[in-house]
Design a binder for this molecule. Structure first.
Ligand code: S3P
Length: 201
């Protein structure tokens, strides 16, 4: 067999658990995964800024995510989501250390995942059995905590989760959150990336 000639490209540096250069972390996963509550807990634990991408979108667009979906449709929402993420990725190059919670559909959009990967920031897929995710979303809906336009019925929820799971699995790390509260998950994430010694950095 003939050997391929030419220079080998240097391997891209990838962030991984234990990487001391980590100055930001993205939380990804399906609706009800606890991305925002874990992100907030982790931000407080580390003294890092917490950013919820959906809140960013709402500020930029002057409308809630649910209003955006209902008045302009999902495509417009995805465009706004991509724009808000691009802006955030730029800030990350120079700004303070950050924990970012993405909305459930953001990381499975190829352009978004590629943008995050290109700056070498690690991603954590917060996972749980779909029945538990559904239960958490129902509870948040009945207490009017979150208005999720894609939360329609259990069958559609399961189908969307199944379709997206391969995308979520491309994250640097998958973390099981079943039966755990936000503080416990935040502690596990901090341990996995050795972040506690980077408090306030
Ligand atoms: C979405 C999830 C929501 C929000 C929007 C779309 C999705 O965020 O971004 O309603 O496509 O799964 P949460 O995952 O925080 O609910």
């Amino acid at each position: 067999m003939q050997k391929r000639s030419g220079l080998r490209r240097p391997k891209k540096k990838r962030s991984h658990p234990g990487d001391v250069s980590v100055r930001a972390l993205f939380l990804v996963g399906f609706m009800g995964a606890g991305k925002s509550s874990v992100g907030r807990a982790l931000g407080e634990r580390l003294g890092w800024t917490f950013v919820d991408l959906d809140e960013r979108i709402e500020r930029r667009e002057g409308r809630t995510v649910a209003e955006l979906f209902r008045t302009s449709g999902e495509q417009k929402f995805r465009r706004a989501e991509r724009a808000a993420l691009r802006e955030l990725l730029k800030e990350l190059q120079t700004g303070s250390a950050m924990i970012v919670a993405l909305g459930g559909g953001a990381f499975v959009q190829k352009e978004n995942a590629a943008g995050i990967k290109s700056i070498g920031v690690p991603t954590v897929f917060l996972d749980a059995p779909v029945a538990e995710l559904w239960g958490r979303c129902q509870q948040q809906r009945s207490s009017k905590q979150v208005d999720r336009p894609l939360l329609i019925d259990a069958q559609g929820f399961q189908g969307l989760y199944d379709a997206r799971r391969p995308g979520y699995l491309k994250a640097s790390l998958r973390m099981e959150t079943s039966g755990k509260d936000a503080a416990a998950v935040a502690a596990e994430v901090a341990r996995a990336f050795d972040l506690d010694r980077r408090k306030g950095v």
